[in-house]
Design a protein around this ligand. Structure first.
Ligand SMILES: NC(=O)c1ccc[n+]([C@@H]2O[C@H](COP(=O)([O-])OP(=O)(O)OC[C@H]3O[C@@H](n4cnc5c(N)ncnc54)[C@H](OP(=O)(O)O)[C@@H]3O)[C@@H](O)[C@H]2O)c1
Length: 366
């Protein structure tokens, strides 16, 4: 059996990944986190199977030894926030001869994972960062449609969440850059934007409808210009299901911009709690879009719009698709590259969304 340890296994996304992998005959699943009682409680909830609870700290200096003792073949790291984290977990996995998959959304964290390539290749393991909506699903969408363009010049993409707000690590990661400057490619030049500012409205297809979006600092802003060199503009925006909630975050980001606040990081915990209370009052629908523009092979302008839409609060399963699909492939012994790389080009859209079968998640192809 292939032993998979999910670090943060009872967290918001980790719990969903564990539920999807539990019961797979090829997988011995370890639900890991610093609170053994919480890991045990999820184990009990999932019921009989090759699933066990493990008390484990991602920051343990002896992590490599722990992984070797537990005979882990693959680590799925969801214990964010990743903004500001180092590669200690990935390095421990490599030292223990285990594959490593994370859900990171930190721009530099994902973009620089290739710095571990030589070590990972020498150990014959796969190390991949950003196995989530960004950049795994976003790049799979662009890879699918890029051959239809003679020149792909502009990518604008975004996510609007439903009522169920993500876990504390995700909120802390997002709030860490609210109101702070970052660069993105615009009309061929690297220009400055600010986290969660640049308020825009986006109309998703029915039943999601109109949402407010703000600018986000994500790995795709660096990875897409490398992968699709003819690009002149790349942007990513995100928004909350509650318009009021979105405007509160926007106002806080303005406070950071004008020096009234140093950071919104400390807002994550109270706003996370308020978002939970507001859940019954807010739409349970959410979605993701990717807009691609450029010139087609006939020389005429070409614009393609792709969407995935979720209802019944199933949207939060979408970021889990890549880790689930890759874990199943590794457990089956499917061919995958070895070495360290951002999670780009490892999965097709079909493989990614195939991991979410049975959920109220619907693709609207371009
Ligand atoms: N790339 C993308 O598109 C994308 C999309 C969505 C989310 N994400 C990422 O997903 C990550 C997880 O988000 P989430 O919403 O699931 O967060 P969460 O609910 O707060 O879960 C984090 C989990 O990690 C555990 N943890 C924290 N520190 C740990 C440590 N030192 N050792 C072991 N476990 C530790 C926590 O449990 P204990 O504190 O009890 O240990 C918790 O179970 C976020 O960081 C976010 O960046 C990425």
């Amino acid at each position: 059996m292939h032993t998979i340890l999910v670090l943060g296994g009872y967290g918001f996304f980790g719990g969903r990944i564990c539920a999807a992998l539990h019961g797979n005959e090829d997988i011995r699943l370890l639900i890991g986190g610093r609170q053994l009682a919480k890991a045990r409680s999820l184990c009990d909830e999932l019921g009989l199977g090759h699933t066990h609870a493990v008390g484990i700290d991602a920051r343990d200096p002896a992590l490599a030894q722990r992984l070797a003792e537990l005979q882990v073949n693959t680590v799925i790291h969801t214990a964010g926030p990743f903004q500001g984290q180092d590669y200690a977990v990935a390095k421990a996995a490599i030292a223990a001869g285990a594959n490593y998959i994370d859900l990171a959304d930190g721009r530099d964290f994902v973009a620089n994972i290739g710095s571990l390539n030589a070590e990972a290749a020498a150990r014959g393991v796969l190390v991949t960062s950003g196995a989530s909506s960004l950049p795994a699903l976003s790049s799979a969408v662009v890879d699918r449609y890029a051959p239809r363009f003679a020149r792909l010049e502009r990518i604008r993409h975004g996510i609007a969440s439903g009522a169920r707000s993500p876990g504390l690590a995700t909120m802390t990661g997002i709030f860490s850059y609210c109101g702070k400057p970052f660069t993105r490619l615009h009309d061929g030049q690297w220009r400055s934007a600010r986290g969660w500012l640049g308020l825009e409205r986006y109309r998703f297809p029915h039943p999601v409808g109109n949402r407010l979006l703000g600018a986000c600092d994500v790995p795709d802003l660096v990875l897409f210009p490398q992968r699709y060199p003819q690009l002149r503009s790349v942007s990513f925006q995100a928004g909350f299901a509650s318009m009021l909630g979105h405007l509160v975050v926007w106002a806080g980001a303005q406070g950071v911009r004008f020096g009234l606040l140093r950071s919104m990081r400390s807002w994550a915990r109270p706003l996370h709690r308020i978002a939970r209370w507001m859940e019954p009052l807010v739409s349970d629908k959410g979605g993701m879009f990717v807009e691609m523009e450029g010139v087609g092979h006939d020389g005429a302008p070409l614009a393609l719009h792709w969407h995935v839409l979720a209802a019944r609060n199933h949207g939060p399963h979408i970021p889990c698709g890549a880790a689930i699909a890759l874990a199943r492939k590794l457990a089956r012994g499917d061919a995958l590259p070895r070495g360290a790389m951002p999670c780009v080009g490892l999965l097709s859209v079909e493989e990614y969304l195939g991991a979410l079968k049975g959920l109220d998640v619907r693709e609207v192809p371009a």
